[in-house]
Design a protein around this ligand. Sequence first.
Ligand SMILES: N[C@@H](CCC(=O)N[C@@H](CS)C(=O)NCC(=O)O)C(=O)O
Length: 331
Amino acid sequence: MSSAEVPNDIILFHYPFSPFAKRIVWYLKLRNIPYAECIQPLTLPRPDLAELGINYRRIPLLSIGRDIYYDTRLILARLEKSFPATPSYPALSAPQNKGLEALLEKFTVDAGIFSKAAQSLPPDLPVMKDEKFLKDREDFTGTSWTQADRVKGYPEALAHIKHAFDILEALLADGRQWIGGTEKVSLADIHAVWPFNWIADMLPKQAFPKDQHPNTWAWLNRFKKTAKEAEKSGKKTVSLDGQAAIKHIMAASYHDQQTGVDAQDPVKLEKGDLVSLWPTDSGFRHKDQGRLVKLTKDEVVLAIQTRTGGKEIRVHAPRWGFRVVKAKAQL
Ligand SMILES: N[C@@H](CCC(=O)N[C@@H](CS)C(=O)NCC(=O)O)C(=O)O
């Protein structure tokens, strides 16, 4: 049920400061795929998501119809599948770069780059003095965010980011314009650039002289310009308030028609099992509970109930970085 208010039935739940959310914004904009957005608060509580019955606390989430997708890795994989390349929606991924794309995504999402980038945000940023924000992020990461600990960890985080810059410089050493050696920006750039784009302007200049990583800085600037143009281009993104987004989701049909549990899956769960689902790397204190609808090597899907009205919706998470187990308590 696509409409003028919700193009392509897509709603992106995010906030502008989120570098993970930027992965999805750039992807949709660069592919010219119109969508709606529902802006969320920077910290908990998030009443719109709570009303949908969602306990998962990370940003972004993306709904397509009555299916809600968690985690940028699964969101991008779903969009790649649901929106194959056409003249209206040009391709962003390059078939010859599938392996590189996957490795770059592992590099920035799994190899600790995001947490190092977050630790290399200047400790004197106003938000880093906001007690509510710091407490919220302690819940999110399970580690200390006190001002004293941030100041202590800052130099080491910068050293780690320099190490990551060396890797980027090596990848760009042959003078290529884009990281996958493509003529135009591609999905490989989105996978590689997002944490660095987030912090680049805030890194101390003396620790990151331009001549130490000339290709990296040129690539970062090239991407920044391209991303800015993409963000302004295409149809204006429709902005929905929480109630409009919830109403749309509850009235929509399921986008994913391919359900079913893989009987050979090593975790040995069955369709209809009551299960708990949560991410294992961050936001792990926030668990969802529901009936298992789908389990493949790449994806787990639960049917959950909205808080008001008790309507069923489905939440999808990737297998990597998430745990799904039989729930102890009955709903
Ligand atoms: N692996 C997740 C990580 C998402 C993530 O860590 N997002 C950050 C924002 S950039 C977050 O949720 N921070 C805590 C919050 O906003 O509640 C993904 O790819 O979506």
